[in-house]
Design a protein around this ligand. Structure first.
Ligand code: SAH
Length: 474
């Protein structure tokens, strides 16, 4: 079995995340491309205060009369949940490009995302009001910083300027975990006293390329990953000790070696410099082990809402065979396992599967098995073996699923499919395919996992149509 490096689900800074929308209007908000970076132009007259609502609560005006009763009820519900006032703009906003919705206040961001999902999925039925955050700041539990030197030879750390390899120095970010940001600043200062050179990719000289921090929000455990250009790390033990003295919450330090000419943060090779090489976190009552390379949702507050919504839509009775496809470290399957007969998890990333197996043991869950394989290939195999599956949870990366997987869903014919998507465009494409194969969309629930960015997560429940007449063979 060939194991490829895992696809990164949520692309971090530097990439034109909302590129597919530029020049298009979503709701009343138009995304435009400016000379050097992307920004969102918003016509102030497009927004008007809500009658009887507090300061800062605004909504797009133009479509109001055209809205259906259901849409009106929807937007009313999510508006009243949100109380966050417009944010002070981030000083790095224009260069960083990570927060594409920075100049909208939070209710406007939710409105934008609601419209986006409605626009793409409107043919499948009503879209539930998006689940937003009470406090949409500092939610990211995974933070990475690129290191280099500026023109004067000073060490800098920060994010790549949108679509470039130029580093914008950043010390504090409004969506990142604050402790993680502080640790990155400490590391930058320590480099100087330890005379460690950051890596300069143009001169191909120096050691430290990136720092990646992961923090368990429930446990407070912190992992530091030092990504170096070479395996030789002089005075590494003293460096780690000095770092831990300043930040005792660090429970493990990993050196990751990335010597390639690549825009990927992590390389293949890893060495544990301190601790166990992983951290733990608690979500929905289960304990999870998270390694440097395993995918773990970056917004734990909303992840609990996302998972609860996905699992409750499946209405498990305790007897079902459940497939958790693209399972990562096994989170959804493990949380759902107490309500199911048995669970099968499939995931391509070997480290994530190792974490998933250990998570099952740690939570004393026995009705679950994990397989390291391509989800599409695995499903084809299951279909050939005529294996019985009642419910499929699928949570693919941004690129969505593939036809082999969807065709095998049609062959296995589970009663329900719960599709969790971080990209409504590929979701719309896959829904088109799956609804032609005898499935019907029953429920669409957007969740705001990434405030201030243009990304939106959506959970969709599909259920099997009882007649084969609806199946269009492709
Ligand atoms: N459900 C998990 C992970 C979702 S992220 C969670 O909520 O945490 C998507 C996962 O799909 C990643 O772990 C990635 O490694 C995995 N993946 C990407 N391509 C895959 C493929 N072709 N087959 C199986 N897993 C894949």
């Amino acid at each position: 079995m060939e194991i490829a490096a895992a696809g990164k689900k949520h692309i971090d800074y530097a990439l034109p995340a909302a590129a597919f929308l530029y020049g298009k209007t979503v709701g009343e908000i138009k995304l435009e491309k400016s000379n050097r970076f992307r920004s969102i132009k918003q016509n102030k007259s497009d927004f008007r205060p809500l009658e009887g609502s507090g300061k800062g609560s605004k909504r797009p005006a133009a479509n109001v009369s055209k809205k259906t009763e259901q849409e009106k009820r929807s937007s009313q519900r999510y508006r009243t949940q949100q109380t966050v006032k417009p944010q002070q703009q981030c000083p790095y906003y224009k260069k960083c490009g990570g927060c594409q919705l920075q100049n909208l206040d939070y209710p406007q961001q939710l409105s934008y995302k609601q419209h986006l999902v409605e626009k793409l999925l409107r043919g499948y039925g009503p879209v539930q009001p998006i689940i937003g955050m009470e406090n949409p700041l500092h939610y990211r539990n995974k933070v990475s910083a690129a290191f280099s030197t500026d023109r004067n030879g000073r060490t800098i750390s920060g994010v790549y300027q949108s679509s470039t390899h130029r580093i914008v120095p950043v010390d504090r970010c409004m969506i990142e975990d604050q402790i993680a940001d502080e640790i990155i600043v400490t590391i930058r200062k320590l480099l100087k006293s330890f005379r460690i050179e950051p890596y300069n990719e143009y001169r191909e000289y120096g050691l430290l390329r990136h720092v990646l921090i992961k923090r368990g929000f429930a446990t407070g455990e912190v992992m530091v990953v030092l990504v170096t250009a070479s395996p030789i790390f002089p005075a590494k033990n003293r460096f780690v000790q000095a770092l831990r003295e300043k930040h005792p919450e660090i429970v493990t330090v990993v050196q990751n070696i990335n010597s390639g000419f690549t825009s990927m943060v992590l390389g293949e090779q890893e060495k544990i410099l301190y601790g166990k090489g992983y951290i733990e976190d608690i979500l929905c009552g289960c304990r999870f082990r998270i390694s440097a390379k395993s995918f773990y949702q970056i917004n734990p507050v909303q992840t609990q809402r996302l998972y609860s919504s996905a699992i409750s839509l499946a209405e498990l009775t305790g007897n079902e065979t459940v497939l958790d496809a693209y399972c990562g470290i096994g989170t959804i399957g493990l949380i759902a396992s107490s309500k199911a007969g048995q669970v099968i998890g499939v995931e391509l990333n070997r480290d994530a599967v190792r974490d998933a197996i250990s998570n099952a043991k740690c939570n004393q869950i026995q009705n679950i098995r994990f397989f390291c394989d391509d989800a599409g290939d695995f499903m084809v195999q299951m279909a050939q073996n005529r294996q019985k599956v009642d419910v499929v949870f699928m949570d693919p990366p941004r690129a969505g699923s593939d036809e082999a997987f969807l065709q095998s869903v049609a062959t296995l014919r589970p009663e329900k499919v719960v599709y969790i998507s971080c990209n409504p465009e590929t979701l719309a494409r896959d829904l088109k395919s799956i609804t032609r194969k005898g499935y019907q969309v029953k429920h669409i629930q957007p969740v705001d996992m990434f405030p201030f960015t243009s990304h939106v997560e959506t959970v969709v429940l599909l259920s099997k149509l009882n007649t084969k007449q609806h199946i269009v063979e492709e």
